[in-house]
Design a protein. Sequence first.
Lengths: 91, 569
Amino acid sequence: MDLRLPIGLLFLIFGLLLTALGASTPPTFYAKSLGIDINLVWGVVMTVFGGTFFALSLYANRCTKSETQVNCEKSGSSVDDKAVEEERVAL
Amino acid sequence: MPNIQLTQIDYVFLVIYLIFVVGIGVALKGRVKTSTDFFLSGRRIPAWITGLAFLSANLGAQEVIGMGASGAKYGIATAHFYWVGAIPAMAFVGIFMMPFYYGSRARSVPEYLRLRFDEKTRAFNAFSFAIMTIFSSGISLYAMSLLLQLLLGWSFAVSMLVSAGIVLAYIFLGGLTSAIYNEVLQFFLIVFGFVPLVLLGLKAVGGWEGLQSRLAVAATMRGYSPDALTHSWSVLGTTNNPMGVDWFSLTMGLGFVLSFGYWCTDFLVVQRAMAAENMTAARRTPLIAAVPKMLFPFLVILPGMIAMALTATHSAGFALPLKSDGTYNFDLAAPLMLARFYPSGLLGVGLTALLASFMSGMAGNVTAFNTVFTVDIYESYLKPGQSDAHYLKVGKIATVFGIAASILAAYVAAKFNNIMDLLQLVFAFVNAPLFATFLLGMFWKRTTANGAFFGLLLGTVAAAIHHGLTCPAGATSLIKGGWLGHILHVYPSEMAQNFWTAIFAWLACFVSTVTISLFTKRSQTDDELQGLVYALTPKPVEDVIWWKRPLWVGVAVTVAAVILNVVFR
C-alpha cells in the first residue's frame, strides 16, 4: 500500500469537511480567530494537500498495458513486494 | 479548572482519524510474515518515510506540550534543544554511525553491542533500555490522559484504555511498518494542526516585533534583561538567564553529550533508520529528518512564547493559569492557545493533532520495546534457537505485555508525581555514558569488551554520585539531588544540574573505558570487527552526484542550523 494513499485520503476528507464547515458558518463564528474564516482557509489548504498526495499515489502506481506485457510503474513510496536487495557495504 | 468545549463536529475529526489509524494496521496485516517484517519492516522502507518516522517517533507528548511550556518559560533559547542539540547529532549519526548500525545487520542497538563487544554489555543495555522505554511509554500515556481530563473532562481511565487499545491494535496487526506509516501520518497532522496556531498567534501579538516588545515586558517582570526571552545566545554569558545555564554547559552538556547520546544510541529512533531499504537510505534517514526538525521550533516553541507574551501584556483575553504555588502552569500553554484561537472545526483538527503526537510517542516506545525484548532478552537468554515463527509470535505477545506494563507505569506516575523527574534522571544516567561507549566502540578498535562494560557501569555510577552530591537552587525534595548527605554544589537550575551530570557521566565512562581497554585483552580479532569499526570498514560507495551524498547533505544541514543560531542569537 502506497503510504501517500491514506495520507492523501485523510487530508482530503478533513479538508473537505473543514471547507464545508467554513462555508456554512456565519462570520460571527470567527471572532476567536481574529475575524478570519480559518475553517474555510485552512480547509482549502488541506484539501489541496490531500488531493495532491492522493493523486500522486494513484498516478505513480499506475499500470500501463503494452501489446506484450503489463508495465507497472513502481513509485518509491510503498513496501510492496519488491525484491529485497541486500545492499551490503562494499566489502 | 480550564475547560475546552468540543462540539460534535470536532469529535467527527477525531473518530475519522482513529479509524484511519487502525485501518492502516489492518491493511498492512498481510505483509507481516516474518519476524524481520514485524520488527524491522523487512528492511524495505524508502528514505523519505523512514526519515519522517525517525523524526515523528521522537515527537511525543513531551515535545509538543513540553516545548510549548519551555517556550513560555525560556523563550527562544528553547530552540537550543533543536539547533544545538538535535541537528548536529542527527547529521553525525547519519554520516558516521549508520554504516555500522545498518552494515552490521544488527537487529537492535543492544545486538550491535553484542557483535562489537560481548554479551554482558548487550545485557546491560538491553535491560536498562527495556525498562526506560516502558516508563517512557507509561509517562506519555499518563501525561496525555491527565491533559485530556483537565481540558475536556474526559475520564482518566477511559482515555488511557482507549489510547492504549488503539496503539496496541495497530502495532499488533502491522508491526513496525504500521507504526512507521502512522508516524508519518502523525507528522503531517501535527504540522497542519499547529501552523494555523502560529499564524493566528503571530497576528495577535503583532508579528515578531510585537512579540519581542511584549516578551521584553515579561522578561523584565521576571527580573531578566528585556531581550532575555527573544535571544538564544547573547544571554548565555552568565547563568543569570531564564534557563540558568551558561554557554559551556549548554554546548557540552546538551549539545554534545545529551543530544548525541539520545539521537545516536536510542533504539527508538535508530530502529526507524534500520528499517530503510538500503544503506544510502539508512544514512539519509536522520538527514531527511533534520530538515523539518530545524523548522519545528517555529511550530512548537512559538505558541508557548506567544502565550507568555499575551499573558504578560494582558492581551487577547488570554492568560496562563497559575498553579497552587503561584508559578505559571506552563504545561497548559499550547493546549490553551489552541482553545483560545481555534473555532469549532479547526479545534477538532488541532486536538486530533495533539492526540496524534501522544500516540506516536507511545507507539515508538512500544515497537522499540517489543524488538529489544524478543531479540535481546528472550531469544538471547530465555529461549534461543527457536523458529522464526516462534519469535514472531513472541514479538506480538511482547507488544501486549509492553502496553499492559505501560498502563501500569502510567498509574505509578499518577501516584508519584515526581516520576517524570526520575525519568529525566535515568536518561542522563543511562544515555550519557552510552554515547562514550559507542564513540569508542565505533572509532577505536582497541576498545575491549571489559573496557566497554565496566566503563559503562562506572559512567552510570558517576552520574548517580554527581546527582547525589549536588542540587538545583530551591530544590525541596531529594529526588532533585543531594541525597548523598553532603551537598558539594548548588546549581542555578535543574537544567544546569542535568547538563553537568551528563558531562561528568560521559567523561567518567570515556576515561575509564580507555584505561580499562588498555589493560585488558581484546575479545575479537580485526577480522571479526569488519563492518563494526571505522578503521576496519571500507567506505560506502555512493554512486550519486556529490551534493546528494550524505556527507554534504549533513554539512548543509549543519550550516543551516548555524545560520539559524546566528539569526536568533
